[in-house]
Design a protein around this ligand. Structure first.
Ligand code: SIN
Ligand code: FE2
Length: 218
């Protein structure tokens, strides 16, 4: 048995939901029972579509490295932000969305009040210490009917959940390994971001944080 894992699970509160907006919910520890089923397919996805650092339309190199799986993958370059069916790095379709990712996405969405969520895209973000994501909206999807399901793995992060205006002061939400954040409906276009990741070593994931963002993009 992995004692680190056991200790972590035992020291955490039982899964609980924190409502942080009309249609924004943090599901604490919700993904913990899924982790063993997520990691082997995650490794396979990353072998086929490795992490890479992309450039924003403004010419900045992102501190977060990313990859995707699903029929669509989110990319950015000098020409803008968009979803593509092919990985620009390999020229191949993005790897399929693993069944365990789909199941976690659907169950977390349902728990947060969004029935029948089926993701077609999963953005995979890797944060090393110092990496951050500035405030933005997720608005490259075809429509905004489906929620966003965001799964945190590895090192803790300080998430910023803002409002519908960029100038709205963001809430600070600490996200730990296994936490799932879901937002949709009237909250679908809330600004959000992640403060610079702090140094550390996570017993399961090592010196990094990986975030899975499940979306319906097409
Ligand atoms: C994102 O908004 O794409 C990333 C969110 C996160 O890493 O928690
Ligand atoms: Fe986002």
């Amino acid at each position: 048995m992995n004692l680190d894992l056991f200790d972590e699970a035992a020291s955490r509160q039982p899964p609980r939901a924190e409502q942080i907006g009309p249609q924004t919910v943090v599901l604490r520890a919700f993904a913990l029972p899924f982790v063993d089923a997520l990691l082997p397919p995650l490794r396979a996805v990353l072998k086929a579509a490795p992490f890479r650092r992309m450039t924003t339309p403004g010419g900045q190199s992102m501190s977060v490295a990313l990859s995707n799986c699903g029929t669509l993958g989110w990319t950015t370059d000098a020409h803008g932000y968009r979803y593509t069916g092919l990985d620009p790095l390999t020229g191949q379709p993005w790897p399929d969305l693993p069944e365990s990712f789909l199941r976690l996405g659907a169950e977390a969405a349902a728990q947060a009040g969004f029935a029948d969520f089926r993701a077609d895209a999963c953005l995979i973000n890797r944060y090393v210490p110092g990496a951050r994501m500035s405030l933005h909206q997720d608005r490259d999807e075809q429509d905004f009917d489906a929620p966003i399901v965001s799964v945190s793995l590895g090192l803790p992060a300080m998430f910023q959940m803002g409002g519908l205006q960029r100038s709205d002061r963001p809430l600070r939400v600490p996200l730990l390994h296994g936490d799932v954040l879901v937002w949709g409906g009237v909250d679908r276009l809330r600004f959000h971001g992640v403060l610079p990741l702090r140094e550390g070593h996570h017993p399961v994931m090592g010196p990094q944080r990986i975030n899975l963002t499940l979306r319906k993009a097409g």
